[in-house]
Design a binder for this molecule. Structure first.
Ligand code: NAP
Length: 297
């Protein structure tokens, strides 16, 4: 993508983690910022670029971009929705099966040569589980559809009831957790969902409940989660996202009832290609028409 951008446009690379754009770098020439969710585009960056008209984000989560400031300044923001939905939902199902049946733990058990010592502990039946989805957006719905195929009941929490689905809506995350065997986090990141999965929610999920997070690490109170896992107040967790990626709390490494993946949600050849295509379409369309293909507002 960087090669294509360099070939087609005049590109300046900001230093890693850069928040402002020095005057020496022709700030007035910049009309578009391209970014990805670990970095985003801050309000300060936008204000330092007087002719900025678009922020084009690679990926669906744009919580690190200051959308309110963009809106105020009339700057368009785009992301790459839909094209990654299936892959992220597939991973959520894979993580659910892994942590409930203990696939990764059993793999370690075999590799450690423990099988001759006795049978691996029993897992939990996936079919028939009560699945609670936090955030019934594009990915949440795709997870729900897959879970229905397993004969699971699905209920969900989001700020508003979704009218065209057969799933039960819970206004309270704690009540959803209490009514679920598996709680799957598929909600947007950002301040409004920070630590939405709190100690109380984990306690409501209870010692037979599993937590799956494919959304953002910030949505889960990570310290509360570690305590709940260590003290066996929940049955297990499967996590694709963390509070301080790429660093994962070492306390989790010791636990056999935890599955850890390094932010793999959209990480397939097919989906990353589709994301790159949509991202480039947004850049090219903006540069030729002044509009983006998939605006977030
Ligand atoms: P989406 O279609 O925008 O869905 C977001 C959902 O979150 C909506 O149902 C929304 O419902 C809900 N929501 C937002 N704020 C909320 C709040 N404060 N309280 C309760 N619910 C809230 O987005 P998507 O495409 O499904 O993606 C969801 C998230 O997945 C992304 O934002 C991203 O962070 C994450 N993601 C992770 C990976 C990965 O690699 N692991 C890949 C792609 C995406 P209401 O507005 O009705 O509340």
């Amino acid at each position: 993508m960087e090669e294509i951008l360099d070939r087609e446009f005049y590109v300046n690379h900001l230093p890693e983690g850069g928040t402002g754009y020095g005057a020496a770098q022709n700030a007035g020439d910049v009309v578009a910022v391209v970014t990805t969710s670990p970095v985003g585009a801050s309000g300060a960056l936008m204000k330092s670029l007087p002719n900025l008209e678009a922020v084009v984000n690679f990926g669906v989560g744009y919580e690190t971009t200051d959308v309110d400031t963009a809106r105020q300044l009339g700057i368009a923001v785009s992301n790459t929705p839909d094209v990654l939905t299936d892959c992220v939902a597939d991973l959520a199902v894979g993580l659910t099966i892994d942590v409930t049946r203990g696939i990764s733990a059993a793999d370690r058990y075999v590799r450690r040569g423990q099988w001759p010592e006795g049978a691996h502990p029993l897992g939990r039946r996936v079919s028939g589980l009560r699945v609670g989805v936090i955030g019934l957006g594009r990915i949440g719905r795709a997870i729900a559809r897959r879970m229905e195929a397993f004969g699971n009941t699905v209920s969900y929490h989001s700020r508003r009831r979704v009218e065209d689905v057969p799933y039960y809506w819970h206004e309270s995350v704690s009540v959803l957790a209490a009514e679920s065997d598996v709680l799957i986090v598929a909600v947007s990141g950002g301040p409004s969902t920070e630590s939405l999965v709190s100690r109380d929610v984990l306690d409501a999920l209870g010692p037979d409940g599993f937590l799956i997070n494919i959304a953002r690490g910030s949505v889960v109170d990570e310290d509360a989660l570690i305590h709940a896992l260590v003290e066996r107040r929940i049955a297990g967790a499967a996590l694709d996202v963390f509070g301080h990626e790429p660093h994962v709390p070492e306390a989790l490494f010791e636990l056999d009832n935890v599955v850890l993946t390094p932010h793999l949600g959209s990480a397939t050849v097919e989906t990353r290609q589709a994301m790159a295509d949509l991202f480039l379409e947004n850049v090219r369309m903006f540069m030729s028409t002044g509009r983006v293909r998939t605006p977030v507002f």
